[in-house]
Design a protein around this ligand. Structure first.
Ligand SMILES: C[S@@+](CC[C@H](N)C(=O)[O-])C[C@H]1O[C@@H](n2cnc3c(N)ncnc32)[C@H](O)[C@@H]1O
Length: 237
């Protein structure tokens, strides 16, 4: 059982800290599936359609189950405990934040009005699910393009083929070019959520990403969320 056979019941990111910068209103959104919270916040902010892209074959089924719980919940607390206590899926250990924290991290859990607004939005919307590897996105998405792409912190799981910085930076540039190949003009990508804002993993630092992309004149924007985390954004002009 790989790390990603299990499910994140809720986000581990301050989505509330970067969602506004993605301008999803009336747009098509591709997002890593995870807990479905990236998708829910996109619908809360008026996304037209949302496609879940995740290596975990259970991600879509979990989000469908979570949406059923969403519909049946009278309030945020009921929703939170019904999801956390559901035994339909095996959850990733130690990755469940308190309801109080999640209300700061998720705009759809901010208050009962936002929660009810999402319930209404989800009545007429459904997420499309695609099982695939972000690092082999072309294989699965072929020529599909989106207005907005949210890659969560998946880049943190990228294992470069060599420790040589020149090779790492070339690989990062190739990955980036593949990602923005699925972005429409004027589209926005949340390239990576970086916990603590510095290191993606033991091989790749924020500096590596910036050096490898800015050399090609790609202007990146860093959005600071709470807790010192950083959301790395790029708008395709
Ligand atoms: C990166 S994890 C961490 C949770 C995330 N920070 C959040 O707040 O939702 C999120 C999701 O990424 C998926 N994932 C990890 N590596 C992936 C890959 N190479 N391609 C596609 N999805 C991947 C996992 O299955 C999981 O559902």
């Amino acid at each position: 059982m790989s790390k990603f056979d299990r499910i994140y019941p809720f986000t581990t990111e301050f989505i509330s800290g970067y969602m506004k910068h993605l301008n999803v209103g009336g747009k098509s959104v591709l997002t890593v599936g995870s807990s479905g919270d990236q998708a829910y916040n996109a619908f809360l902010y008026g996304a037209n359609n949302v496609t879940l892209f995740d290596i975990n074959p259970n991600a879509k089924a979990f989000v469908d189950k979570k949406s059923d719980i969403l519909f049946d919940s009278k309030c945020i607390r009921d929703f939170y405990y019904a999801v956390v206590e559901s035994s339909d899926f095996s959850y990733i250990d130690g990755e469940v934040f308190s309801c109080k924290s999640l209300r700061l991290m998720n705009d759809y859990m901010r208050d009962e009005d936002a929660f009810k607004h999402l319930q209404k939005r989800m009545v007429v919307n459904e997420v499309e699910g695609i099982v695939g590897d972000v690092f082999k996105m072309d294989d699965t998405l072929k020529g599909r393009v989106f207005d907005v792409i949210n890659l969560s912190n998946v880049l943190q799981y990228y294992q470069p083929k060599s420790m040589d910085k020149t090779v790492i930076r070339r690989e990062l540039l190739e990955l980036f070019n593949m990602f923005i190949g699925h972005l429409k003009d004027n589209g926005t990508i949340m390239l990576s959520y970086i916990y603590g804002g510095q290191e993606l993993n033991e091989f790749i630092s924020l500096y590596d990403v910036l050096v490898s992309l800015e050399k090609e004149k790609y202007q990146l924007e860093g959005v600071h969320t709470s807790d010192g985390d950083l959301a790395l954004m790029y708008q395709k002009r």
